[in-house]
Design a protein around this ligand. Structure first.
Ligand code: GUN
Length: 299
């Protein structure tokens, strides 16, 4: 068997075409152009690359963006103050704080400052809590992108065994909640998990976000599984790889995501979608928590 590639670049492009049309329609209807404010603290080269990609992608679909940079040694108060200004700015519809923040910051306090209706990354306490109850205002972009990839490929998750490797707030935990909401059976593994393989081998859908190159080898994967690689690792020889032994596992899986070109472009795509949704809601006077019926009536 050779796995079918889940091409996040191509699927992302299709979704972005729709997003771009929504931007044009909103502007024609209200005169408002969706706008995203991105906050970057410090000089982490990977973060800078991600932020540049997000800003470029915004421009491609007609979203305005602004970059708010701070030196690594800035105190949380200054970042919080800027977020408050952006919350009050009616011309800004989405706010994103690129993570990780330097260690001296209270990340939860910073993220909690973002107005819920502008929290397009979905990391605010309210948004995360909403995921538990099935009332998210904005689904976090990476797990949302994974769900879209599966939906586009026609892969139903209901009743499937889903194993998630990695329990981060950004990927693993929200991914598990989204899968649970779709009635999958979910196992979450992490650095303390004993005998990882006994969980991964059970998976109909295996999602790996651990940040460890070659963590998943073919013997750990069930034949015919769907394998989603969220990892992005730069090897000493400068090659970019995920957490999965791609060449080995692709011979065993039914579907697999490449790195790069799999989940990464989907994360950015869902950020664009959330930003346009934020602008649509704000221009129709709707704020979180959003009543879907009111939103439908406003459209
Ligand atoms: N760092 C790694 N992934 C993400 C993400 O999706 N959003 C933000 N803000 N920071 C990240």
């Amino acid at each position: 068997m050779t796995a079918i590639l889940l091409d996040g670049k191509a699927i992302g492009r299709q979704i972005r075409e729709v997003t771009s049309k929504r931007v044009t329609a909103l502007r024609a209807r209200t005169g408002v152009t969706p706008a995203l404010a991105v906050i970057l603290v410090g000089q982490n080269p990977a973060s800078r690359l991600y932020v540049n990609n997000k800003i470029k992608a915004c421009a491609e679909v007609g979203i305005r963006s602004s970059l708010h940079e701070f030196p690594a040694d800035v105190d949380s108060g200054a970042v919080v103050e800027r977020i408050k200004q952006l919350n009050a700015d009616r011309e800004v519809h989405g706010i994103l704080v690129q993570l990780p923040l330097p260690a001296h910051h209270d990340i939860h306090a910073v993220l909690r400052t973002i107005a819920v209706e502008k929290d397009v990354d979905g990391f605010h306490l309210y948004n995360v809590g909403g995921l538990v109850l099935g009332e998210t205002v904005f689904p976090p972009c990476t797990p949302y992108g994974v769900m879209k990839l599966l939906d586009f490929a026609g892969i139903d998750v209901t009743g499937k065994n889903v194993t998630i490797v990695g329990a981060s707030n950004i990927v693993g935990k929200p991914m598990a909640l989204m899968m649970l909401a779709r009635e999958a059976t979910v196992a979450i593994c992490h650095v303390r998990t004993r005998d990882l393989a006994q969980y991964t081998i059970l998976a109909d859908i295996l999602i790996v976000a651990a940040g460890v190159p070659n963590l998943i080898i073919p013997q750990m994967v069930r034949s015919g599984a769907v394998v989603i690689d969220v990892g992005i690792n730069r090897l000493p020889d400068r090659r970019l790889v995920g957490d999965i032994d791609f060449e080995g596992v692709r011979k065993k899986a039914a579907y697999i995501t490449p790195v790069p070109g799999g989940v990464g472009p989907m994360t950015v795509t869902m950020l664009l979608e959330n930003t346009v949704t934020a602008a649509e809601r704000q221009t129709s006077g709707l704020h979180a928590p959003v009543d879907p019926e009111a939103l439908a009536q406003a459209e």
